[in-house]
Ligand binder design. Structure first.
Ligand SMILES: [Zn+2]
Length: 169
């Protein structure tokens, strides 16, 4: 039974996340897409949106710093290690440029993205730590973006204040 689950969820990644969603190699009916999304969730390999983004990025920037699993960083890194360490800044940078519009048009994928936060359902692995905000790198990235945005805003406010002071003085 366990082997069957591994096999079917593996197929969902191979034929679903990879051939169907990342490369659009074939068209799928709603039922097949539903099965792919469900079994991809079972595979615990992030949500489909993140999987597809990482994979498209991998093909586009193959073996460069912007490749999320850059093979030049060694066998271990390119297979498992890349999921355990913080992403290279170039990966963040390039990740923002990947066209995901076709994926975002599929509500099944977006539904999974919304509710499947860390790939592995946390309660199955360990008690989630509410303080551990960095666990999900993509969420951490969004938080970072917001922080730099507010820093920039604060900086521009300060210069605006200085300018108005200069005018007065
Ligand atoms: Zn591929």
């Amino acid at each position: 039974m366990a082997l069957l689950i591994v096999f079917v969820s593996g197929m969902a990644v191979l034929l679903g996340a990879h051939r169907l969603y990342s490369h659009r190699s074939y068209k799928a009916t709603f039922l097949l897409r539903l099965l792919v999304v469900l079994w991809h969730t079972v595979s615990s390999q992030n949500c489909l949106w993140v999987w597809v983004r990482d994979h498209r990025q991998h093909h586009k920037y193959s073996d460069t710093d912007a490749d999320p699993h850059n093979a030049r960083r060694g066998f271990f890194f390119s297979h498992i290690g890349w999921l355990m360490v913080r992403k290279h800044p170039a990966v963040f940078e390039a990740g923002r440029k990947v066209d995901m519009s076709d994926i975002e048009a599929d509500w099944l994928v977006m539904f999974q993205k919304k509710y499947n936060k860390n790939g592995v359902p946390e309660h199955l692995v360990a008690e989630p730590d509410p303080e551990d905000k960095v666990f999900n790198q993509d969420e951490a990235l969004l938080m970072e973006d917001k922080r730099t945005d507010s820093k920039k805003m604060a900086a521009s406010l300060i210069t605006a204040k200085d300018r108005s002071k200069e005018k007065q003085g």
